[in-house]
Design a protein around this ligand. Structure first.
Ligand code: GLY
Ligand code: MN
Ligand code: MN
Length: 444
């Protein structure tokens, strides 16, 4: 009898407290030079069709600093000689508009319900902000979110504004205890959603049925997807961002599901790959075991004090050697691996080993950083994904492979917390051993 495994999901942790957001504001403002202003606007609303909009998702920086989600919300921070102030510009109450588009906290509601010093009508921004900017030394602003703020900043400046993300990303990259609790809950819910999909999976079901089980599970728990769910069976699994999810799942094929949810904005990101009929073929098993070995090595490399690249170095060496051992690559290990980004094995593993995870699924902080900065050192409180894969698209004209591997696409992805005592796999509740998967798939 079908029963939601998510009934065992624990209580949802409380959202980030106002006290914690105040501390974030303080940490942020203390990095701003004296007499500077930082403006953090919400994401724009985008049109889906004519007068219907895409579901709005708050801006992660605004959420991080204030928890405010209201459309057209703008937070303005002023820092001077160690004192700082956060003023939130919001839409004022308007019963007529609220009747159509929903209740607004208004100015009083914003001031009493959010961790800010002042709340002002959004309609006063055009008058207030230019005055404030004309009296400050430095302006921090993220362009491209709110056109009217962009215009005000442009009028106030001859040069480009400074980028507040350079400061905020360093704060966001290390997660607090509460953030970790929220991300653990997000990981648990996504794990259970994958388990439900595995239990329900039968030959002849559509990829969209898997998607509906997973996303229904998110919705049932007042969550939603953190990124469009990928359900790719057969050759579709070899297309990295496939999310049409429109094909019927066939006997003998694998299905790759990459799906995660959000809890208070915090993402989970899980990929599992399993046989539609519940039993791996020998060829599928060979590739699955290799990807799993590589993934476990990647997780083991998640040690505090290690450089970011150690995770990719660990996964890539195993994949390169494994492809030679299986006879898929006929070359030396050095040729297979290259510098780990250009070896022959990259024909079959073309993406990175992982990324930071947090309020954005591809979270801020950039492990390799670039711009001449050194790569990041793994530090307790960081959360990363480890997600090696191998893809042998039968449709690919650029690769030559034995037909027994054609149409196999496998990725295994977990979310990992870096701690002083080694890696903690937040998504450990989601099975990935072959025996566990074979027992689970189609078992309902
Ligand atoms: N789901 C997106 C990723 O794995 O990076
Ligand atoms: Mn990922
Ligand atoms: Mn993913």
């Amino acid at each position: 009898m079908y029963e939601r495994v998510t009934s065992t999901l624990g209580n949802r942790p409380d959202a980030i407290s106002h006290q914690e957001m105040r501390q974030r504001q303080k940490d942020f403002c203390s990095e701003l030079p004296t007499n500077s202003v930082a403006i953090i606007a919400n994401n724009p609303v985008s049109i889906r069709s004519r007068d219907t909009h895409h579901r709005h998702r708050f801006n992660s920086y605004l959420h991080y600093l204030t928890g405010w989600h209201g459309e057209e919300g703008v937070a303005v921070f002023h820092h001077s000689d160690g004192n700082w102030n956060c003023r939130l510009y919001v839409q004022p109450r308007d019963v007529e508009k609220e009747t159509w588009t929903g209740r607004r906290p208004g100015l009083e509601g914003a001031l009493s319900g959010w961790p800010v010093d002042e709340a002002t009508s959004r309609y006063e921004l055009a008058e207030n902000l230019p005055k404030m900017l004309s009296n400050c030394e430095e302006i921090y602003h993220i362009e491209g979110l709110d056109a009217s703020v962009d215009e005000i900043v442009k009028q106030a400046l001859r040069d480009e504004p400074l980028d507040p993300r350079l400061i905020l990303d360093n704060l966001r990259v290390i997660k607090s205890e509460r953030e970790i609790e929220l991300m653990q809950h997000s990981a648990d819910l996504a794990a259970y959603a994958h388990i439900e999909a595995m239990r329900e999976c039968k030959v002849g079901m559509g990829e969209w049925h898997m998607q509906s089980i997973i996303e229904g599970c998110f919705l049932y728990h007042q969550s939603e997807w953190a990124y469009p769910s990928i359900v790719g069976s057969g050759d579709n699994a070899t297309i990295l961002h496939y999310n049409e999810n429109k094909d019927v799942m066939i006997d003998g094929d694998l299905v790759l599901i990459d799906a995660g949810c959000e809890i208070d904005g915090y993402a989970s990101d899980i990929t599992r790959t399993f046989p539609v009929n519940g039993k791996f073929t020998e060829a599928q098993k060979d590739i699955y075991e290799l990807v799993l070995k590589s993934q476990l090595a990647g997780i083991e490399a998640c040690q505090a004090g290690s450089p970011w690249s150690s995770m990719h170095n660990a996964t890539s060496k195993i994949l390169a050697q494994g492809l030679i051992d299986l006879g898929i690559l006929d070359c030396t290990f050095e040729e297979a691996l290259g510098d780990s980004f250009n070896g022959l094995y990259r024909q079959f593993f073309m993406h990175g080993t992982g990324h930071f995870l947090g309020l954005d699924v591809h979270d801020v902080g950039g492990g390799r950083q670039g711009d001449g900065k050194p790569e990041r050192i793994l530090t307790p409180g960081m959360i990363v994904t480890i997600e090696p894969g191998l893809y042998f698209g039968a449709w690919r004209e650029d690769i030559e492979i034995d037909s027994k591997w054609a149409g196999i696409g496998i990725r295994i992805e977990d979310d990992v917390l870096i701690t002083e005592n080694g890696p903690v796999v937040l998504t450990a509740k989601c099975p990935k051993e072959i025996t566990e998967i074979e027992a689970l798939v189609g078992s309902n």
